[in-house]
Design a protein around this ligand. Structure first.
Ligand SMILES: Cc1ncc(COP(=O)(O)O)c(C=O)c1O
Length: 365
């Protein structure tokens, strides 16, 4: 089976973990501080606050921005549930607006009509590793005095107009889950240039402590361990190479798949470097049959994402509804193929030849 995702862990990561284990510091300690500094430098911001996951990064970012009860956050319904859930955790309301049909990212044209007196923030997601249309988003945010929190969980190293995602809004939130462009096992980080927000985030991630046993706010235990940070330091050094491989793999797939009728390949906006956390194609018809065909031939697939967030049971039970036709169409038609850096040339060739065969046997449009 060619898996849809696979982390690349080499001897360097293993040796670093062994070193950390032998050091005696295995919870949050000097390695976390080192990782924060290096990741922030890589992204091009002043501060990094490492946490236990991408989800807790979003949760802490919202709290650090003072978003809570009666506040609204405008975001996309075409994302992993954590984006919307983090808004619910702080007692605020996610307001879901429709996406752009080509990039699958939040469509800035839909933002203004969703703004109310309660709107506090916009939370774009750089879906699949392609930056959202940040200039338009930031302009609206400035006009209405809104905070921008980037969900960059899928976009480590992606570039928009010369700047890395995670440095474009007021805060960026990354995930280091094993399927991501780099991993720490579980883990996340908040990136920001804002000293005050970074300090608030540091306090919130560790029991609201301003100093040892002095609790100034209701905080959490969302800390990253030095074991995870050790893996992260090594993975960060390899990230650009990982991304290069993903981009090369995607280039090959796009060139070849474009020769097959009925399959739409990813669109990349001219101002962006897409880092292909996912390589996602689209078919008008017969997606389930195509998945079955690919899986039978040993090719892993994923649907990112089959259900708009507002249609998830949790959100239906909470009374959410939205009209997002582009999101609903994409949910029914997208399909992700393997693109990860461990793929060999023959894996890529196999993916293309199986797709070619599938297109002859299945009515894709
Ligand atoms: C867009 C998006 N946001 C948030 C998250 C949450 O990250 P984590 O799984 O590290 O909690 C993910 C991870 O899958 C994601 O893809």
């Amino acid at each position: 089976m060619i898996p849809i995702a696979k982390p690349s862990i080499a001897d360097d990561e293993i040796e670093e973990v062994v070193k950390v284990l032998k050091s005696g510091f295995i919870a949050q300690g000097p390695k976390v501080a080192e990782f924060e500094e290096k990741f922030a430098e890589y992204i091009g911001v002043k501060h990094g606050v490492a946490v236990s996951s991408g989800t807790t990064a979003l949760h802490i970012a919202l709290l650090a921005a003072d978003i809570g009860q009666n506040d609204e956050v405008i975001t996309t319904p075409f994302t992993f549930a954590a984006t919307g859930n983090s808004v619910l955790y702080v007692g605020a309301k996610p307001v879901f607006i429709d996406i752009d049909s080509k990039t699958y990212n939040l469509n800035p044209e839909n933002i203004e009509r969703a703004i109310t007196d309660k709107t506090k923030a916009i939370m774009p997601v750089h879906l699949y590793g392609q930056p959202a249309e940040m200039d338009s988003i930031k302009k609206i945010a400035e006009n209405y005095d809104l905070i921008v929190i980037e969900d960059a969980a899928q976009a480590h190293g992606a570039i928009y107009k010369g700047k890395k995602t995670g440095s474009l809004g007021d805060m960026g939130c990354f995930s280091f889950y094993p399927t991501k462009n780099m991993t720490t096992g579980e883990g996340g980080i908040i990136t920001t240039d804002n000293e005050e927000i970074a300090e608030k985030a540091r306090v919130l991630r560790s029991h609201g402590e301003s100093e040892r046993y002095t609790h100034v706010v209701l905080g959490y235990n969302f800390r990253m361990t030095d074991i995870a940070a050790g893996i992260g330091i090594v993975q960060l050094k390899r990230l650009d190479k990982f991304n290069e491989r993903r981009i090369e793999n995607a280039k090959y797939l796009t060139e070849q798949i474009n020769k097959i009728n009925g399959i739409t390949t990813p669109f990349v906006a001219s101002q962006s470097t897409h880092v292909y956390h996912q390589y996602t194609i689209r078919v008008e018809k017969s997606r389930d049959e195509l998945i079955e065909f690919l899986n039978k031939e040993g090719i892993g697939t994923g649907i990112h994402y089959p259900t708009p967030i507002y249609n998830q049971k949790l959100y239906q039970d909470l009374g959410f509804s939205a009209t997002c036709p582009e999101t609903e169409a994409a949910s029914a038609e997208v399909l992700s193929l393997p693109v990860h850096p461990l793929l060999e040339k023959n894996d890529l060739e196999k993916i293309v030849s199986v797709l070619r065969e599938a297109s002859k046997q299945i009515n894709l449009f």
